[in-house]
Design a protein around this ligand. Structure first.
Ligand code: NAI
Length: 394
């Protein structure tokens, strides 16, 4: 099949198997060029198939030489449709890891369920005995509560008052004003249930109670803060409430793990990057394209893999005390939040319109990164070639 990007609004409904494999290979190559490091040897990644979770998994194997187990929720190819990008990424990663001599297996299923947790634990017991590091990198729109069966749907809305700001249609570059009405209490509760820390805590408790956490085991989940201009829609909005909950859970789990296995729990506040889900949040794509411009101009732009290399190799596993802010968070967003970067963005924000956007913002970079998520726009891939879309995960 010849696979082309099929972009509908903010969604791309196709993925390119060869391009996704190339995207994974590029990230592996970046890590291989860095010196190998000492670190955890058995790593469980929940949300392992795309974005920060995939990059965490790549660093674990190719920097630390770790065996990895991934949990993800992806679709294989079927009925003339391609698989999802995360499916192809996983197939490519696991093949490369095994060829390099590392264990790489996983489960495609609902991480929120008791069943997937139990199956993962069973696998760990059989194959490894214990786990040294648990990376929690889920980003999901919905969650079925495993005890009550209640279906939660997350929303991205401000809290307390409507929010109006500029937004961009990133395909056309057209800037317009958007107003989003505030969330109801019920919507806030749902969003916290999906993207807060309850499920992370369930994972860690289940692993601890099953006795599969190694002495000094650590866990890390990912959060975001961002600038003033996106606060109403992000950090002080519904998703921010969920992140507050996730961060509070980290502090709770830190104590829990300390008591159980001399372990530690962290939240890492990461840099904003283009994702399928952030593309759908108003205002955020515009901010990200301004951010990319400023960071690239200063030579401090980082992608998934650079962020995760810096987090694991240069921050979490250095043998020294892990630097955290006053709320016990690791700040990998330090370069994004640098004053000169944020000031430049703020100045450009007020001047922005549909005519000057390509000049003030890196919209081209945004579109390029969006396509790369699905395996398109990668150098060295022949997109005219007929490719096999039915790729197995061994
Ligand atoms: P992503 O969408 O690329 O990856 C999400 C992962 O979760 C995928 O592996 C997917 O298969 C898996 N997943 C989703 N629902 C699942 C389910 N029910 N069961 C099992 N697996 C499931 O997300 P991304 O962007 O890497 O985000 C990961 C974390 O990092 C999130 O907590 C996000 O808020 C945070 N973060 C993201 C930033 C960004 O700019 N993308 C910035 C800072 C933090």
């Amino acid at each position: 099949m010849i696979v082309r990007p099929r972009v509908r609004g903010f969604i791309c409904t196709t993925a390119h198997p060869v391009g996704c494999a190339k995207h994974v290979e590029e990230q592996i190559d970046f890590v291989k060029k860095q010196p190998q490091a000492d670190g955890p040897k058995k790593v469980l990644v929940v949300g392992a198939s795309t974005g920060y979770g995939l990059a965490s998994r790549i660093v674990a194997s190719f920097s630390f030489g770790a065996d990895t187990f991934g949990v993800y929720f992806e679709k294989p190819a079927a009925g003339g449709r391609t698989a999802t990008a995360g499916w192809y990424n996983t197939a490519a990663f696991e093949k490369a890891a095994r060829e390099a001599g590392y264990y790489a297996k996983g489960i495609n299923g609902d991480a929120f369920s008791h069943e997937v947790k139990a199956q993962t634990i069973e696998r760990i017991k059989k194959d490894w005995g214990k786990v040294d590091l648990v990376v929690y990198s889920l980003a999901a729109p919905k969650r079925v509560h495993p005890d009550t069966g209640e279906l939660f749907s997350s929303v991205i809305k401000p809290i307390g008052a409507p929010f109006t700001n500029k937004t961009v249609h990133f395909q056309t570059g057209k800037i317009s004003d958007i107003t989003i009405q505030p969330a109801t209490e019920e919507e806030i509760r749902h969003t916290v249930a999906v993207m807060g820390g309850e499920d992370w805590e369930m994972w860690i408790q289940a692993l601890a109670e099953a006795g599969v956490l190694a002495d000094h085991a650590q866990t890390v989940a990912y959060s975001y803060i961002g600038p003033e201009v996106t606060h109403s829609i992000y950090r002080t909005g519904t998703i921010g409430r969920a992140k507050d909950h996730l961060e509070a859970t980290a502090r709770k789990l830190d104590q829990y793990l300390n008591e159980k296995v001399n372990g530690k729990a962290f939240v890492s506040v990461n840099k904003a990057l283009v994702t399928q889900s952030s593309a759908a949040i108003p205002v955020v794509p515009l901010y990200i394209s301004l951010l990319y411009k400023e960071m690239k101009e200063r030579g401090i732009h980082e992608d998934w893999i650079q962020q995760m290399y810096r987090l694991f190799v240069q921050t979490l596993y250095t043998g020294n005390e892990v630097p955290v802010d006053e709320q016990h968070r690791i700040r990998m967003d330090d370069l994004e939040m640098r004053e000169d970067v944020q000031q430049a963005i703020q100045e450009n924000w007020s001047k922005l319109n549909s005519e000057n956007i390509e000049e003030l913002a890196d919209l081209e970079g945004y579109r390029h990164d969006f396509l790369r998520l699905f395996g398109f726009d990668l150098e060295g891939v022949d997109y005219e070639q007929d490719v096999e879309v039915d790729v197995p995960i061994e």
